[in-house]
Design a protein around this ligand. Structure first.
Ligand SMILES: C[S@@+](CC[C@H](N)C(=O)[O-])C[C@H]1O[C@@H](n2cnc3c(N)ncnc32)[C@H](O)[C@@H]1O
Length: 266
């Protein structure tokens, strides 16, 4: 695999998210500020650089800057552990800006997805997009749910499915739902009601096709009937895999106390 290739991201060859994203990116207009959680080998940063040559791009990872990560004007990196919600808050405070586009593609642990969403979504500009990638790890049938959530714990998947349902049926969230979706270590009631007010539209994508190539062996030597790669990897057509979400920031006047404080410093 050639890591200098922007298409080397699993967004493209395994999950097949990139074409779905690019259709949504077309709605953004001018993009000047991008944040991505999760850098790995920098393939996604390269892809974003190609799509948005003028944008300031911040890559955030638990790792310090790696030799393989792309460098150049407008690209900066920050080291943060998504396990710490206060650390994410401090990072965003230090960056002191709003974002046209945020991609959360970090650890994929359900509480980390919730921390990043609750802290970062308020800083997406109106009409901007927040991508919560690999949402399938918050599915109760996924091993990360079993490892990181007590049975019955609501997380980002539950919240986003419910907000999408409310938008599709033209309803607003009831107080009882707010309490039901809040959970210590995941979302407070203020997070739930704030996100329900700010997220205008939720688009959920789940791959229903074969990947372009296998994430383990790099080939497309697939058994077309068993739906496995000949190296043994399941192509995950029906399991909890390759699910992502695009969340649009509502044009609304809602700001919680903390966000208001943050905005007043910019
Ligand atoms: C799926 S990869 C990112 C892939 C990249 N966005 C792409 O598409 O090319 C996940 C990244 O999250 C980082 N990561 C793992 N745990 C983390 C944590 N607790 N906080 C921040 N980053 C973390 C890993 O170091 C890794 O680089």
């Amino acid at each position: 695999m050639n890591w200098r290739d922007p298409a080397a991201s699993d967004k493209h060859y395994w999950h097949r998210f990139s074409a779905f994203y690019e259709r949504h990116f077309a709605t953004l207009g001018e993009v000047s500020s991008i944040l991505e959680y999760g850098v790995l080998d920098g393939a996604s940063i390269r892809w974003l650089r190609l799509l948005f040559p003028q944008a300031e791009i911040v890559g955030v990872d638990i790792l310090p800057v790696q030799p393989s990560w792309p460098v150049g004007p407008g690209i900066t990196y920050r080291t943060v552990d998504q396990a710490s919600r206060p650390a994410i808050g401090r990072l965003l405070h230090d960056l002191g800006r709003r974002f046209d586009l945020v991609i959360e593609d970090g650890s994929h642990f359900p509480p980390h997805q919730a921390h990043c969403l609750a802290e970062t979504f308020p800083l997406v500009r109106e009409g901007g997009i927040y991508i919560l990638e690999d949402l399938h790890t918050s599915h109760p049938r996924h091993s990360y749910y079993r490892d990181y959530c007590a049975p019955g714990t609501p997380n980002c998947l539950h919240l986003l499915l419910y907000i999408e349902h409310l938008r599709a049926t033209g309803q607003t969230m009831r107080p009882a739902d707010i309490g039901r979706l809040a959970h210590p270590g995941m979302f407070t009631e203020a997070d739930v009601s704030g996100l329900a007010a700010m997220i205008g539209r939720v688009e959920i994508f789940r791959r229903a096709t074969l990947p372009l190539r296998c994430y383990a062996c790099g080939t497309d030597d697939f058994d077309p009937v068993a739906l496995v790669c000949r190296c043994g990897v399941d192509l995950d057509i029906l399991s909890a895999d390759s699910m992502t979400s695009v969340l649009y920031r509502e044009n609304c006047s809602f700001v919680n106390k903390k966000t208001k404080k943050l905005y007043s410093m910019m």
